[in-house]
Design a protein around this ligand. Structure first.
Ligand code: HEM
Length: 336
């Protein structure tokens, strides 16, 4: 049971729950509201902060070595942004936005995980809620190389994910879950997306993975299987066969996993919640994660205890607020 105060829990619960209105940590959620919003620059760049956050978590996670107990969600990505495998503005954009939220209780790695929970929630209706644990510890140096790239051959990609604890269906599922949001940009990946994608409203030349770029939905799977809309996106359809990494991945089991995911929106979402929670909870063996952070029903906020002396003489003043949880969060946020 939750007992106040619990500094880690209190801080993370605050960022998770107090998104709007009273005592809000609103700038966090506002950055990705609406889901297409880009907080680090001009909207005409064709970039999307919510998708950048999700991709940042993937790149932090992808070099985990579960057997060795190293890597995973430890914010080592912050030391690795100049590597060719981490091309793109997503990482520095995201980490610089998270930095002011980091303090003695909240690590950068917890912020990266929380950003995934928040972005998937904002980009879905009814809101999808990934269970969130805290307690990740930030790496003090760069970790291993190995984030899969569009050019990486299928066996190397599957081996890398296996090292991080994800088998072939898991890998296909997690990638489809990630690639339901966002774009591949000509700016970072000219070998995948040609200059024809660049327009005055899309100067970064972003091409969507599916026709609903800002909705966390099964459409990426359906359009891929049916050859409609974006047909799975640039990593399936690029003229440059070498960089069709999603095509190689999705067909590596003869589309079996993708056909399974296409079963229904509900099934896709439940698989994604489970896979993404596993991604976020892949941490170095020296890290112990907290229990799942759920909204606290009755929470003291900004409590102060002051010693005063005035016309009533010396006395103690205990002041602050009590936050009562409205049912709105639990009703909207949890997919049962
Ligand atoms: C074989 C594995 C994967 C490869 C090779 C790959 C590659 C890529 C590439 C090249 C981009 C374009 C980035 C840009 O232009 O800014 C991209 C975007 C993205 N990826 Fe992946 N990816 C993989 C798996 C994943 C996974 C597992 C996730 C998350 C669970 C993920 C989430 C995303 C997201 C959200 C975007 C959109 C970013 C944006 O719009 O800024 N990817 N991926």
């Amino acid at each position: 049971t939750y007992v106040w105060p619990n500094y880690l829990y209190d801080e993370l619960e605050h960022l998770l729950v107090d998104q709007e209105g009273f005592n809000s940590g609103a700038y966090f959620k506002r950055a990705i509201t609406p889901c297409t919003h880009y907080v680090n620059g001009n909207q005409t760049l064709g970039r999307m902060t919510a998708a950048q956050w999700l991709r940042t978590a993937f790149h932090d996670f992808a070099t985990a070595d579960v057997a060795a107990g190293t890597g995973g969600m430890d914010a080592s990505i912050g030391w690795e942004t100049d590597r060719p495998e981490n091309v793109g503005s997503a990482f520095n954009d995201s980490l610089s936005f998270f930095a002011p939220f980091v303090n003695q209780y909240v690590s950068m790695a917890d912020m990266i995980a929380l950003s995934v929970v928040t972005s998937v929630g904002v980009c879905s209706s009814p809101n999808i809620h990934i269970p969130f644990r805290g307690g990740r510890v930030d790496a003090s140096e760069a970790g291993a190389f190995g984030v899969p790239e569009p050019e990486t051959d299928i066996q190397t990609t599957l081996n890398q994910f296996a090292q991080a604890g994800f088998n072939q269906p898991d890998t296909i599922g997690l990638t489809a879950c990630g690639h339901t949001l966002g774009n591949v940009h000509h700016a970072g990946f000219p070998q995948v997306v040609g200059p024809e994608a660049v327009t005055p409203d899309n100067t970064g030349g972003g091409i969507h993975f599916d026709s609903t770029v800002d909705v966390f939905d099964v459409l990426v799977v359906n359009e891929y299987l049916e050859g409609t809309g974006q047909r799975g996106g640039p990593l399936v359809t690029s003229d440059n066969v070498t960089v069709r990494s999603d095509f190689r991945l999705y067909t590596s089991d003869n589309n079996l996993t993708m056909k399974g995911l296409s079963n229904s929106q509900e099934y896709f979402v439940s698989e994604c919640i489970s896979l993404m929670a596993r991604m976020l909870n892949t941490v170095p063996s020296s890290t112990t994660l907290s229990a799942v952070i759920d909204p606290v029903d009755v929470k003291p906020v900004n409590i102060t205890l002051d010693f005063m002396e005035d016309e009533y003489g010396p006395h103690i003043v205990f002041a602050g607020y009590i936050r009562l949880l409205s049912t709105a969060f639990t009703e909207n946020a949890t997919v049962k």
